[in-house]
Design a protein around this ligand. Structure first.
Ligand code: ZN
Length: 154
């Protein structure tokens, strides 16, 4: 990152307005569908990837995994942790580093698939991570166990 770089962290809605992603004409079932059931995400393989690679590099965005089950859209073509790509009508500036939060960090319970967000999510990683359960599906005994561990730690 140089002195002239501008870092922007914004919402998905802001990004839609600002950069206007094009719809994926290659797949009727593309992810991230708008009101007209047209998806905007492109896959990371095959003809969809070929199409992405042909676009102006300043109009390509990467959908990727972040920490703690979060997902982000970052400007540019990236490989690491990628989930898909977007192409926008409006190009970003060379010196912009843009992070669009799609899914906030959260704890997705491996057992019952309930999602716990924000501070509750953080707490779940700490207390329930090893158990691979959450407050909704842990047994009474397991909850007591966790309480005891917390009490001992303090
Ligand atoms: Zn659970």
């Amino acid at each position: 990152m140089s002195n002239t770089d501008t870092y922007i962290e914004q919402t998905f809605e802001w990004w839609l307005e600002e950069f206007k992603p094009i719809t994926n004409h290659l797949d009727d079932n593309a992810s991230f569908q708008n009101e007209d059931d047209e998806g905007i995400m492109f896959e990371t393989f095959g003809e969809e990837l070929d199409f992405v690679a042909e676009q102006d590099p300043r109009c390509i965005w990467t959908y990727h995994h972040g920490e703690e089950n979060s997902t982000y859209i970052a400007n540019g073509f990236n490989i690491v942790n990628r989930l898909g790509y977007f192409i926008t009508e409006i190009p970003f500036e060379e010196n912009q580093i843009i992070d669009i939060v799609v899914e906030e960090p959260n704890y997705l319970c491996p057992n019952c698939e309930e999602q716990h967000w924000g501070a509750a999510g953080e707490l779940h990683y700490e207390k329930f991570g090893d158990l691979e359960k959450c407050v909704a599906c842990a047994t009474m005994e397991e909850l007591k166990e966790i309480e005891n561990e917390s009490a001992n730690a303090n």
